[in-house]
Design a protein around this ligand. Structure first.
Ligand code: SF4
Length: 393
């Protein structure tokens, strides 16, 4: 059946309007098996079989892994996955959790909308679907935070549904194998890649095929050094034959990222650090973070005017930068020791440094808090003059 499905590739599809230079695939060389059967065989022999979310068809575990793996490498995901599963072993426990706890377990993994959507989707399934995970790619794709490729991966791996995936790794494999030019983020190129992904789908063994495509992109057809000599589809790979692996797929068109500057205030009162809850939407939505002020603003005045707090010392810390997808943020941290406060404003918490590290913090804030804790700073006010002291960190 797989051979039947792929025989269609010899018919020139109506792609002639696309920026593609070799869709007229010449077919498989003599003695070469179909694309999908080579992927399946390779996955069974050389692919990954012992990842913590494998060996089970539990859609909850597969869903969680697929969301964590978006924009993130397997080695980074594994400890996060294991901690998350230990705390929330099933959909019911996740649905019942407070968002703060979900975000805290996600803290450091980045792209926090993934965690908020995961939590929202668990709530929606528990409420509207009696806790039953939807079993088709179409239904899965209606859940918050799940796109077409992720829905297909869950449906294929958990329910054996025959549907194509197209994550970043698979785009790279298909663009190279099919000699598809252009940036995969471009709509027309992406459409061509989806067509290739569907064309190659086998009629059986969809799970090892889906896993094989992911594994091949991650382990063999890597971005900078593809191991073509070990690749099961090298015989008819256009990029390999034409020595174009360095140019395919085309990179994202270069764009100069805008830059922003901000001061972050580490406000300390008798060993406790003040954190503010970020708005639910936007950068670091729903996380606990540090108060931010304009780069030119005076932290001492800001503490007095906005928080009713008296700054005793103001110690600038070394500046650093953090890159987001759409801009670069230059952060000037300032450590400020305060006179004892009288109250706590809404949306704020005060935590000992060690406890603050357990909160749902953005990665750069976590680094700053860890730095303060590591240095075991003197938390009692040193009564230095405010404004211009610099500390060697
Ligand atoms: S032959 Fe090389 S470039 Fe082609 S798919 Fe395999 S690893 Fe990628």
């Amino acid at each position: 059946m797989a051979a039947l499905a792929e025989t269609a590739s010899t018919t020139p599809p109506a792609f002639h309007f696309l920026p593609i230079d070799s869709l007229l695939h010449p077919g498989y060389p003599a003695g070469v098996k179909s694309f999908s059967s080579r992927i399946i065989q390779w996955q069974q022999r050389h692919g990954r079989h012992t990842l913590p979310w494998q060996g089970s068809r539990d859609p909850y575990r597969i869903w969680l892994s697929e969301i964590m793996l978006q924009q993130t490498q397997v080695a980074t995901v594994i400890p996060y996955f294991e901690r998350f599963i230990a705390r929330f072993p099933d959909l019911t426990s996740l649905a019942a959790a407070h968002e703060d706890e979900v975000l805290a377990l996600w803290s450091g993994l980045g792209y926090y909308s993934r965690a908020r959507n995961l939590h929202a989707a668990a709530g929606a399934i528990a409420e509207r679907n009696n806790g039953e995970f939807p079993a088709t790619a179409d239904a899965i794709a209606h859940l918050p935070g799940i796109g077409r490729s992720t829905a297909a991966a869950i449906a294929a791996l958990a329910f054996g549904q025959r549907c194509a995936i197209l994550d970043g790794n698979v785009k790279r494999v298909l663009a190279r194998h099919g000699g598809i030019a252009g940036w995969p983020g471009d709509r027309k190129v992406e459409t061509a890649l989806w067509q290739r992904a569907e064309l190659h789908l086998p009629h059986t063994d969809i799970e090892p095929y889906t896993q094989g495509m992911m594994d091949l992109g991650a382990m063999i057809c890597t971005r900078s050094r593809p191991a073509c000599a070990s690749c099961p589809i090298s015989a008819d790979c256009i990029a390999n034959r034409q020595q174009r692996t360095a140019e395919l797929p085309a990179p994202r068109p270069r764009k100069v990222l805008p830059e922003k500057r901000v001061q972050m205030l580490l406000l300390l009162d008798r060993g406790e650090l003040m954190l503010e809850k970020r708005p639910a939407r936007g950068i670091w939505g729903g996380l606990w973070s540090l108060p931010e002020i304009d780069p030119e603003a005076d932290p001492t005045s800001h503490c007095r005017d906005h928080f009713g707090l008296t700054a005793l010392t103001h110690q600038p810390m070394p500046q650093f930068s953090h890159s987001f997808t759409h801009f670069k943020l230059h952060i000037q941290p300032a450590r400020i020791h305060l006179a004892p406060r009288n109250s706590t404003l809404a949306g704020q918490i005060w935590l000992p440094l060690a406890d603050a590290l357990d909160a749902a913090l953005p990665a750069p804030v976590r680094k700053l808090v860890a730095l303060l804790e590591h240095q075991a700073i003197q938390l009692t006010p040193a009564c230095k003059p405010s404004g211009n002291a610099t500390i060697a960190e």
